[in-house]
Design a protein around this ligand. Structure first.
Ligand code: NAD
Length: 294
């Protein structure tokens, strides 16, 4: 049994922490929202009075927070209180620069650290089937792997500090671009009198095949489990896709990488969000594109 502090018990953190409890670990939780703490208690977590109290006796500290600024502020607050040699795992999706700063804070406090963002959404968090993309030293990764196992379907060591976040934003840039591509093809097909099913049957077994088509198909019908069949209820909200596309654009600018389609995808999702689409699944961009086409 490992003593794990879990900070950030929102839509993702709560079910992830519940799977650690089910695996037999002692999990001490903290969040700023009382309702999230109440739910965590139902899941079998011990609730701490504050973040520092949660980490005092922890072998491992996991954070699942909204953005880089939250992670850096929480790391600054708790790192001096954690036992020396403890392992810090940040599973939030944040910018690569903040992730590297978080590793530096951990190192200054003689802690091991891994950035380990996830793919798989709230469904994957509940099912314990998330894909973890990890960045950090071999030693830190070796310690993190068995801790992540009860929450994971797949765990990939992507490289040194920040490599997990780099893999995450590159993957989600592909996803944002491919969803727009698939949605545009359906909108064009509609104008050409092609049925959704016919286009799906061809593209899903041809060179247009991709996850945005075969798992999150943006029109109702061909893939019954896709959010399009439940009025685009997320799933993966368009606001989160915009967040990830902005992170990839910031990283591209800092690294001097040319990502013109990533930039265009970020702009289209920003417009979709500005028109009130942020709470819808990201595949709902097809409705925005239909509007844009008149
Ligand atoms: P969420 O907003 O539901 O949860 C974040 C939690 O952090 C909240 O409960 C909030 O109260 C807590 N928090 C913020 N500041 C805090 C502090 N100082 N101390 C303690 N708690 C604090 O968000 P989420 O959907 O759980 O996402 C968490 C992270 O995972 C984000 O970085 C997101 O981009 C990423 N992510 C989300 C999904 C998804 O489908 N929801 C999928 C993959 C990755």
């Amino acid at each position: 049994m490992t003593t794990i502090a879990f900070i950030g018990l929102g839509n993702m953190g709560n079910p992830m922490a519940a799977n650690l409890v089910k695996a037999g670990h002692k999990v001490i939780g903290f969040d700023l929202i009382p309702e999230n703490l109440a739910l965590a208690k139902e899941h079998g977590l011990t609730i701490a009075e504050d973040a520092q109290g949660a980490v005092k006796e922890a072998d491992v500290v996991i954070t699942m927070l909204p953005a880089g600024k939250h992670v850096l502020s929480v790391y600054g607050e708790i790192a001096p209180w954690a036992p020396k040699g403890a392992l810090f795992i940040d599973s939030s999706t944040i910018d690569v620069e903040s992730a590297r700063k978080a590793h530096a804070i951990a190192r200054e406090n003689r802690l091991l650290s891994v950035d380990a963002p996830v793919s798989g959404g709230t469904g994957g968090a509940a099912a314990g089937s998330l894909t973890f993309m990890a960045g950090g030293s071999k030693e830190a990764f070796a310690r993190a792997e068995p801790v992540l196992q009860p929450m994971a379907g797949r765990i990939v060591h992507c490289g040194d500090d920040g490599a997990g976040q780099a893999a995450k934003i590159c993957n989600n840039m592909i996803l944002g671009i491919s969803m727009i591509g698939v949605a545009e093809a359906f909108v064009l097909g509609e104008k050409l009198g092609l049925s959704h099913q016919a286009l799906f049957d061809v593209a899903s077994t041809s060179s247009g095949q991709c996850w945005s088509l075969t798992t999150y198909c943006p029109v109702p019908g061909p893939v019954p489990a896709s959010p399009a069949n439940r009025d685009y209820k997320p799933g993966f909200a368009a606001a989160l896709m915009l967040k990830d596309l902005k992170l990839s654009q910031e990283a591209a600018q800092a690294a001097g990488a040319a990502t013109p389609l990533g930039a265009e995808a970020a702009q289209l999702y920003a417009l979709f969000n500005a028109q009130g689409g942020g709470g819808a699944d990201f595949s709902g961009i097809i409705n925005f594109l239909r509007g844009a086409n008149g």
